[in-house]
Every structure is written in C-alpha cells, then in structure tokens.
Design a protein around this ligand. Structure first.
Ligand SMILES: [Zn+2]
Length: 367
C-alpha cells in the first residue's frame, strides 16, 4: 500500500496511538519493532490539542515527529460510545466532551475537515455505529445513514482537493486517501447492499466496520468472509478494531489487509502478556521466581533481557517500566506475527502457518 509517507507491506497491523503517542512506548521503540503505520484517534486530537493547533504546527506527522504513514479514524466510534453524552441526527452527531463538557457537532463534512487539518495519510469517513445485537430495522437504518454520510464526506474531500477549497480548512497532506466503511451489522444482505452503495460512491479503499464489538469470533469470521471478497480486489481492505492474534490470522485468510486493535497495548498495561501458547497474567504468584522470559520463543527486547520474575516485580511495584516492557513485547508479538504471515503468503505456506498457529495458540489465559 502506497501513502504520501511511504509504503506499507500488507497484511499489516497498526498500533493505536490514541493521542499522538502509542501508550507506554516512544516512536524510537516503534521503529525498532518494525511498525510501518500507526493509528491516531480524531476524537481525542480534535478535543485536545485541537486540529487547528496541529495544522498550524504543520500537520500531525510534524507535530508528533513521526514521518511514516498514519491512519486516523473519524472520531465517530468514540462519540457513539459516549452513550448519554451524544445525540445523533441526519446532520451528524452532537456530543459533549469527556474533558470539559463542551458541546460539539461532528458532521460527515466536519470529520473530513478535521482529518484534512491533521493530515493523516488515510482518513476514515464518519459512519453511524450502533450497539449490537441490533435488529434488522435498526441495522438497516444505520447502514443507509452511513452510506448517505459517506457520500457527503466524499463530496467534501473532493471539494477540499479541488479548485474551490475552504479557506477555513488547512489541508496539511494533499495526498491524503479516504476510506469508505461497510456497515450492516450481522446481516449478510445489508452488508452486501452497503458494499454496493459505498463502492458506488468511490473511495481509495474500504474498511469493514461494526464488527469485533462483542459478537462471537465465528460471527465475525463469517461476516468478514462474506464481505471482504465483495470489495475491490486491487484495494486494501481494513477490518476496524480487530482483534486477538488468532482473529488476525483468520481474517487474513478471508482477505483482510489492515488491522488495528488496542488489545496488545491495553492488555500490556494490565499485565497480560501474549505468548505463542496464549496470554499469561504476569502478576500471578507462580512467576515470582521464574527466571524464564515471558515467551522463550520471542526475539523482542523484553524477552531477550528480562525474566518473568523481574517483570512481575515491576508490575506489582507499579513501575512505569512495567507498562513499557510489557507493551514492547505485546506489540512485537503482533507485528512479528504479521511479518511471519507476509513471509508465508509470499512463499505459499500460509495454510501451514495458519494451522500451526491454531495448534499452539489458545486465547484462554494459560495460568
Ligand atoms: Zn517478547
């Protein structure tokens, strides 16, 4: 995948850098880990420090000192999860800041403008996220509204790109791509309709939204398997917000190219380390005098230098280094798994990797 800030080998995993930083680690660490692209959250950056400030600083890349690709979400997902602090109409989503209670209206046009000012390499359209499970009627209404919003977001981006840009909006990355988002809940027919209508509008590429929101993995796999093959073959396909490592393998098998997920970083801060056999809870007493690294098969900085006993001590003592070292390991696990997947695809051995992965990996905590 080509972007104004370089290419990304796919399938790829994007570490989540919510507020312009991946929690617990530095950009230097991300370089060492081989992260090719990171994700920024528009909702958070819009409220603080503000897209205007970031635009005046020359855009998000310059502001945060990261010169590789960045994808930003539309801000919609966070707003929809504010539950009692938002009101949705055809115009957009009105919400109250979780920081100071101030009121804002995010429309499809505004979400496009904010991301144009941030200057990410990939911007996402604003879509309507609904709680699952949703009945047919609610899922259809949200899908159809998402299509209308996608059309408005696209028209706005083309206006910003064209001869009649808005002087109030500073486009900091003229090569920014915009991805459409497929909705439709757990309903096959709605997903198909959403694909047709969204591809009809025409975006640089497409994402599958509204999954990995608590439904069983088989349901996710089934819907990804139904939806991904209908998307244009020559464009990357992005599964939003997924998932555990076994989810990534299964969704690659169904044609997905891009993933993002907070699990490796959030779980690291909660003391959960992923290993080839499954997750371990480092605070467990059984590791108090365990001299082995978290995952003896892992080549990350943490596993090459430190024991489970030391990492348990850091976690229990609430040292900041605990979050950093655990995050380095978990991100390495995800990024290294994707490296292995890419290599296996190139050498025609992906099916073998897939079955071996499932034989050893269990998502139940190991201890
Ligand atoms: Zn490791």
């Amino acid at each position: 995948m080509q972007t104004p800030h370089g290419s990304v080998e796919t399938p790829a995993f994007m570490p989540v850098g919510t507020q312009g930083a991946v929690k617990g680690v530095t950009h230097r660490d991300l370089d060492d880990l081989g992260a090719q692209i990171i994700l920024g959250n528009t909702y958070h950056l819009f409220l603080r420090p503000g897209d205007g400030l970031i635009a005046r600083a020359g855009g998000l890349h310059k502001f945060i000192g990261w010169d590789r690709p960045i994808l930003t979400d539309s801000g919609g997902y966070q707003i929809f999860s504010l539950a009692d602090r938002r009101r949705v109409s055809e115009d957009g989503a009105e919400f109250q800041s979780h920081l100071d209670g101030s009121r804002h209206l995010l429309t499809p046009e505004r979400a496009t403008d904010v991301q144009a000012q941030l200057g990410s390499d990939i911007a996402m359209v604003l879509d309507e996220c609904i709680a699952t499970p949703a009945d047919d009627t609610a899922a259809r209404a949200a899908m159809e509204r998402s299509v209308r919003w996608a059309g408005r977001a696209r028209r706005r981006l083309l206006q910003l790109r064209g001869d009649d840009p808005d002087p109030a909006v500073t486009v900091t990355n003229p090569g920014q791509a915009q991805f459409g988002i497929i909705q439709g809940g757990v309903h096959h027919a709605l997903r198909t309709e959403s694909v047709q209508a969204t591809v009809e509008i025409g975006f640089e590429a497409y994402a599958i939204g509204g999954l990995s929101v608590g439904e069983p993995p088989e349901v996710t796999y089934d819907l990804v398997g139904h939806t991904a093959p209908q998307l244009p073959e020559d464009r990357p396909r992005y599964l939003m917000g997924s998932g555990m490592p076994d989810d990534l393998i299964e969704c690659v098998a169904r044609g997905v190219d891009l993933f993002d997920c907070v699990l490796p970083t959030r779980n690291a801060r909660n003391g959960q380390l992923l290993t080839r056999t499954g997750p371990i809870a480092i605070r467990n007493t059984r590791y108090a005098e365990d001299p082995a690294p978290p995952d003896p098969g892992c080549g990350c900085y943490t596993c090459r230098h430190f024991s489970r006993a030391y990492l348990r001590h850091l976690y229990v003592a609430r040292e900041m280094a605990a979050a950093t070292l655990n995050t380095l390991h978990n991100l390495y696990f995800y990024l290294d798994t994707m490296r292995a997947v890419r290599k296996a695809i190139m050498s025609g051995t992906f099916d073998k990797l897939r079955s071996e992965f499932h034989q050893t990996f269990s998502r139940r905590s190991q201890h």
